[in-house]
Design a protein around this ligand. Structure first.
Ligand SMILES: [Zn+2]
Length: 88
């Protein structure tokens, strides 16, 4: 597929709307959101997907946890890893 945007990448879905500065910001967030994340429970890569804002799940081990709105682990939860506890 031909490359359609030079600058905004994934935010090219918004076409010419909202201004380039906002689209660049959205690009940064969307790229983090869709990047292959590592599951904090089974350490599998690329199996983590977002159910809704702040709710993440892993296709491989079935774990479901509360994370950041756009990333499964926020900077804060790296300091408090025990808050995320496996549901069993
Ligand atoms: Zn997993």
């Amino acid at each position: 597929m031909a490359r359609r945007t030079k600058v905004v990448g994934i935010a090219g879905r918004y076409g010419p709307r909202y201004g380039s500065t906002l689209r660049k910001k959205v690009r940064d967030i969307l790229e983090k959101r869709y990047a292959p994340h590592v599951c904090p429970f089974c350490a599998a890569k690329g199996t983590v997907y977002r159910i809704s804002t702040g709710i993440w799940a892993c296709r491989k081990c079935g774990a479901k946890w509360a994370g950041g709105a756009y990333v499964p682990r926020t900077e804060l939860s790296k300091y408090f890893p025990k808050i995320i506890i496996r549901e069993e």
